[in-house]
Design a protein around this ligand. Sequence first.
Ligand SMILES: Cc1cc2nc3c(=O)[nH]c(=O)nc-3n(C[C@H](O)[C@H](O)[C@H](O)COP(=O)(O)OP(=O)(O)OC[C@H]3O[C@@H](n4cnc5c(N)ncnc54)[C@H](O)[C@@H]3O)c2cc1C
Length: 404
Amino acid sequence: MSIERREIAVVGGGLAGTATALGFAAKGFDTVLIAPSAPPDARSSAILGRSYAFLSEIGVFEALQDKMAPLAVMRLVDDTGRLFHAPTVEFNASEIGLSAFGYNILNADLLEALKARCAVEPNLEVREAKATGYEPGEAKAIVTLDDGSRYAVDLVVAADGRRSPMREAAGIRTRQWRYPQSAIVFNFSHAVDHRAVSTEFHTRTGPFTQVPLPGRRSSLVWVEDPKLAELYVELRPEKLSETVAEKLHWILGAVEVEEPIQRFPLGGASVDRLTADRLVLVGEAGHAFPPIGAQGLNLGLRDGEAIVRLASESRDDPGRRVTLLRYEAARKADVNSRTLGVDLLNRSLLAGMLPTQFARSLGLTAMAEVPLLRQFAMREGLSPGAGITGVPRSLRKWIGGDRA
Ligand SMILES: Cc1cc2nc3c(=O)[nH]c(=O)nc-3n(C[C@H](O)[C@H](O)[C@H](O)COP(=O)(O)OP(=O)(O)OC[C@H]3O[C@@H](n4cnc5c(N)ncnc54)[C@H](O)[C@@H]3O)c2cc1C
């Protein structure tokens, strides 16, 4: 079979891969997106900061206006019932001059809007197939599909999820681990208005997080002991709705749980490097951690935005080594700090040890009491490095952020 030529091959049609492929095509790169059909996804994602800007540039939000709910306040509530009890911390977007941190949207709606853009993007071909091979060469890499077709490309973007066959084919060493937790995920309607507030209850088994959807609807990510999770998903719908209302301490009044109810085992993954010859990792192919603080997809979209930007600065050969080195340098700190931060926060909830509980409670107390610290965390949560630029100049030298 003959070999087709393209500049970019994006492997994986999840949210990160599809958005990245559109980003490349919008910059004029001749791109192929290799995307086998995926099972339906009932989750939602809070799209924040720079990743919101990236998707806006692609133009997907025009079709989504009535499907997105603004996130104006993010509230953390200590519901561990432990000796060292942390105060409730409220992050309000208005404190850093924003009307909202971002927008929450169902993954299925976002993917549909991305696919609709793919259909009208002249520089993008979508292949509903699986990639089975990657062979790097001096000037091109060859990607083979399961129907036998082959593409010679300047750059392969592996956005093929946490098991990433492309990462494996490239020989990138990966450390994977499991948490003793499962996430139960579904949407629900409620009697009381959410007022654009998301509340994350920190429980002994993990976070229990409500995130607003349009109208009197929210999505829920409920991290639980796997055995209990198994029992909860088997409850009668009325009983499950009542349990959810109780666990929310009735802040949204009576609730009605909607089908489908999904369950995800929780794990993490961290890679030795984000690049190989003529290949970069994007999204969960390069990092995975539990759903805390709406960080996962946002990190993946920032990967996509970065590789599109860096490749555009190396237009004649987007896969050249120096571009890959720049990508590695640009993304490593963001990826490592989020992976470590989420892992520590999650483990601190599970830890029964008093010193760990004390440290966690101290950190959250400081966050509740010190506006500057809270504002730093909010800016940093939206975009890496943005926290430090929001700190007054006179204070930056004390925390090493002002090199001028
Ligand atoms: C319960 C839960 C809640 C979450 N909530 C949030 C949130 O609120 N905000 C947030 O930012 N993040 C959230 N996340 C994280 C977020 O969902 C993920 O980071 C994101 O969906 C990963 O997208 P991805 O495109 O990298 O990977 P995936 O969605 O896994 O996509 C990978 C794609 O690659 C394809 N693929 C696999 N192998 C091949 C192959 N050989 N050839 C071609 N294609 C292939 C697969 O079919 C799949 O479509 C949550 C995660 C969980 C588990």
